[in-house]
Every structure is written in structure tokens, then in C-alpha cells.
Design a protein. Structure first.
Length: 215
């Protein structure tokens, strides 16, 4: 297929994507928080939501909307603050319900990992400033415009990014969910980790709001 990305460009893009993804950012930290507070299923549903959010960003970049967001300080800031505000909201809610993990283990709490968890993961994924900047500013540099099919190349590269992200984020989530079983042996430990997860999301939201471009 003459519009496909060359092997060397693909390898370079995959390597850069892996470096970006493997370093914990808003999405990864959110997945870890969900894994510690709600378990494996919720973590994997959060990963799925994050991935759907990233897919929306890829499509936006392929359609030319990504460059508009990247060039507009106002749009970028609004999107970043919306994502940060949502993280803080979820963190406050998690902290107030820090006893919920104990109820979940005893069978008294509601089922986790449903549509709401998927939606929360999506909201965080689509408003992730790190991913927005990467897709808008870095991804287009790996497209060979001379080959044509620019939008198709961007979509393909976005698919590669998301495959790597699913693998890495799932690994983080499963590892955190495994550590959670240790906390489950003590109600006090579980309550503490639930509160810590909420506080970490609040801190993450504040960090997201405070970082970004200064132009």
C-alpha cells in the first residue's frame, strides 16, 4: 500500500510512543488509582476508556483539528482545565468514599468496572494534555506526505500508539491490582489506600492544570 508508513518511520514512531507511554502520566496514574481502589476489572475498563479517548484524539488530528488545538492557547487551556477539574472531582469523590473498597470485598458494594468507569476513563484519556501535544505536534512529523494518504497514515500511526498504550497501561493496572490484594487483608489498609487513591487523583488534577505550554 503506497500510503503506508515506511518501516523506519514506523519503528522510530513506535519507539518514541513507548517512551512516552511507559513513563506514568495522567492516564497511567488514573489507571493505577482505579486498580488500587476498585480492582482489576475497573482498571481494565479504565484502560479501555482511555484508549477510546486517545482514538478520538487521533481522528481529530487526522481531520486537522489537532493542529487547531495545538495552535490555539485558549482551546488547549480550556481542554486541559476541563480534564484537570474532572480529575479533582473524581479524586474528591474517591476520598469521600474511601470505605467503598472494603464493602466491595465483602460483597456489600456496587459492581465496578461498568459503563461509568469506562466513561470516566474516556474523559481522562481525551483530555490528557500529554497525549494531545504528542498527537498534534509529534505524530504528523512521522507522516510521509509525498506518499499521499496523509490522514490514513495518521490513523495507522495512532493505532500503533494505542496498541502500545493498551499493553503498557494494562500491565500497570494489573500490577497495581495485584498489590491491592495485600491491602485487602486489612480493612484499615484498604481504607488508607482508598483515601490515598483519591488524594493522588486530586494532586494529579492540580498537576495537570499547572503544567503545559506557557505561550
Amino acid at each position: 500500500m503506497d500510503s503506508m508508513v515506511s518501516a523506519d518511520r514506523l519503528a522510530a514512531f513506535a519507539a518514541m510512543s513507548f517512551l512516552l507511554i511507559v513513563i506514568p502520566g495522567p492516564s497511567v496514574l488514573f489507571v493505577i488509582g482505579r486498580a488500587l481502589s476498585q480492582g482489576r476489572r475497573a482498571a481494565l475498563m479504565t484502560v479501555a476508556g482511555n484508549t477510546l479517548g486517545a482514538c478520538v484524539l487521533v481522528v481529530a488530528v487526522a481531520l486537522g483539528l489537532g493542529s487547531l488545538v495545538e495552535r490555539s492557547v485558549l482551546l488547549f487551556t480550556v481542554l486541559k482545565l476541563l480534564g484537570a477539574g474532572y480529575l479533582v472531582y473524581l479524586g474528591i469523590k474517591a476520598f469521600r468514599r474511601r470505605g467503598a473498597p472494603q464493602a466491595a470485598f465483602s460483597g456489600e458494594g456496587p459492581a465496578r468496572g461498568g459503563p461509568r468507569t469506562l466513561w470516566e476513563g474516556f474523559a481522562v484519556g481525551v483530555a490528557n494534555p500529554k497525549t494531545i501535544v504528542f498527537f498534534a505536534a509529534v505524530l504528523p512529523q512521522f507522516v510521509d506526505r509525498g506518499q499521499g494518504g496523509v490522514a490514513l497514515q495518521m490513523l495507522f500511526l495512532g493505532l500503533v500508539f494505542n496498541v502500545i498504550a493498551v499493553a503498557c497501561d494494562s500491565a500497570w493496572g494489573l500490577a497495581a491490582a495485584t498489590a491491592r490484594t495485600w491491602f485487602a487483608r486489612s480493612p484499615k489498609r484498604l481504607s488508607l489506600i482508598g483515601g490515598a487513591g483519591g488524594l493522588s487523583m486530586i494532586g494529579l488534577g492540580i498537576t495537570v492544570a499547572a503544567t503545559g505550554r506557557a505561550d
